[in-house]
Design a protein around this ligand. Structure first.
Ligand SMILES: [Zn+2]
Length: 104
């Protein structure tokens, strides 16, 4: 009689324990998975945006060559930023603008 009661009590607590463990693992297990999935989605979207921006081409005003903005040599001219394919082109532009100023 007491043995049967002990077995029943054991089975009852086993059931409660397994149920609570499952509930807790579902509560705490779902949170990091969701945030990780969200971050992964955000990262892939961000990468796509940055790669499209980095591939912007700019025109060299001296030789007319199209250069990747990230590889070009920028120079501030008033309000706008000019992009050159090389330092030689940039120097040529600076010398040309100085000549213009001297003559003009
Ligand atoms: Zn150039």
């Amino acid at each position: 009689m007491t043995l049967l009661a002990r077995i029943l009590r054991f089975l009852f607590w086993l059931l409660v324990l397994s149920w609570s463990v499952r509930l807790l693992s579902r509560l705490f297990g779902s949170l990091p998975q969701n945030t990780a999935a969200r971050q992964a989605g955000r990262n892939s979207a961000g990468n796509a945006q940055t790669s499209s921006v980095a591939r912007r081409l700019v025109r060299d005003p001296v030789c007319g060559m199209h250069v990747d903005e990230t590889l070009s040599i920028p120079m501030r001219e008033g309000d706008e930023i000019l992009h050159f394919c090389s330092i030689a082109c940039r120097d040529a532009y600076v010398v040309g603008s100085k000549k213009f100023a001297a003559h003009g």
